[in-house]
Design a protein around this ligand. Structure first.
Ligand SMILES: [Fe+2]
Length: 379
């Protein structure tokens, strides 16, 4: 950590505890460094910082409806690119039938998030069944393919030129928010051995520097009879994530960090109880995520801080864009009618600006910036 100047001060009418006991009638906004880890200040505003009546210029939030994207092909390298920078590449892939060829990513580790569908993964390390809600972590260089039992829609999150690691769990220790022993790994079982003789000719599509090369074998190259080591494919389902929660304090999204890439993190929002302390806020605080571009993929449930968002959508809040709960959600800032959230969402926080790919631009909901407008307010 850098040696920032540290001088917590309190000026004017302010709470001394972030995210709790706000001066009556105020809205809290956080200005911070390093995501939620660096120096920060909390300002208590008379008006919601998203109560604009007009918003012009390029610093806009985006929402993309990936439900509208058709399948682009059976190869993950044909999947629609959505957002990308030099460190992370996000694709959305629909796969109706089993992959006819193997895939290999030589640009970086690939993290698959299975939004819909189920089937079998066959890879260098063996066989692993998968279903909706699974993260499948494929180390760079792994050959793999999916057999589809129910049509698959998946988010592909590439850690470009880097590897995924697990976050430092700090005070709560290594067994939160899932135990590494919960990670399922492929097995060299009967299903894996059966597919080895399924056909005599196989092709592998290798992606390197964004370009695809096709290698043809007169045999199935997924023909290992065994392996040893400490590198393999891993799978964890969102149902196996046990979120951190505090009844007295609204935890920042970083508490839900699931995987760490280079210059980005992947967090998972899963159902958790709302805070019950009367003074604790029960919705996200307003902020500009000044150091990060923030992406959320909505997988399932009702998204408690967002209006007009459905599963299969992606939002992008670029660094510098002030955001917080939508107007309807903001009404529940201090009192929630339900006991718990029921949302499942994947967040990607990227340290560097993300570019929007044409496929995403084609399914953008352009009215998203207006969704924070206070109903009835006019220019
Ligand atoms: Fe945010």
């Amino acid at each position: 950590m850098k040696r920032y100047i540290s001088y917590p001060r309190v000026e004017g009418d302010a709470s001394r505890q972030a995210h709790a006991d706000l001066p009556p009638g105020t809205y809290e906004r956080e200005i911070s460094k390093e995501g939620f880890f660096g120096p920060a200040a909390h300002l208590y505003h008379r008006h919601a910082p998203t109560g604009w009546i007009d918003f012009e210029g390029p610093l806009r939030p985006h929402a993309f409806d990936l439900v509208k994207l058709e399948s682009a092909g059976a190869s993950p390298w044909q999947a629609h690119e959505i957002l990308a920078n030099a460190s992370v590449r996000l694709r959305f892939w629909r796969l109706a039938q089993s992959m006819p060829r193997l895939a290999r990513n030589s640009d970086g580790d690939e993290l698959l998030f299975v939004h819909q569908g189920e089937g079998e993964l066959h890879c260098d390390f063996g066989h692993l069944a998968f279903a909706a809600g699974d993260y499948i972590l494929l180390p760079r260089g792994t050959m793999w393919r999916l057999e589809v039992r129910a049509p698959v829609a998946a988010l592909l999150i590439e850690a470009t030129n880097a590897s995924y690691t697990l976050p430092d769990k700090g005070l709560v220790g290594p067994h939160a928010i899932f135990d590494a022993a919960m990670l399922d790994v492929p097995r060299m079982d009967d299903a894996f051995r059966a597919q080895q003789s399924a056909t005599t000719r196989w092709q592998v599509e290798v992606k390197r520097r964004g370009q695809v090369s096709t290698i043809t074998y007169p045999f199935n190259p997924l023909d290992a009879v065994g392996w040893h080591g400490d590198l393999t494919v891993a799978r964890i389902n969102v149902k196996d994530i046990r979120p951190l929660a505090s009844h007295r304090y609204h935890l920042p999204p970083s508490a839900h960090t699931t995987f760490v890439g280079s210059r980005f993190v992947v967090c998972t929002f899963v159902p958790r109880p709302f805070e019950t302390d009367p003074g604790a806020i029960k919705v996200p605080f307003f902020h500009n995520n000044d150091d990060y571009d923030e992406v959320i993929f909505y997988h399932a449930g009702n998204f408690f801080s967002r209006d007009n968002i459905h599963p299969g959508m992606v939002t992008l809040h670029p660094s510098g864009f002030t955001h917080g709960p939508h107007p309807k959600a903001l009404q529940n800032m201090l009192t929630q009618s339900k006991a718990a959230t029921d949302e499942v969402a994947v967040m990607i926080d990227a340290r560097d600006a993300l570019d929007i790919a044409p496929a995403a631009a084609g399914v953008e909901w352009r009215g998203y910036v207006d969704s924070w407008k206070t109903p009835g307010a006019t220019k």
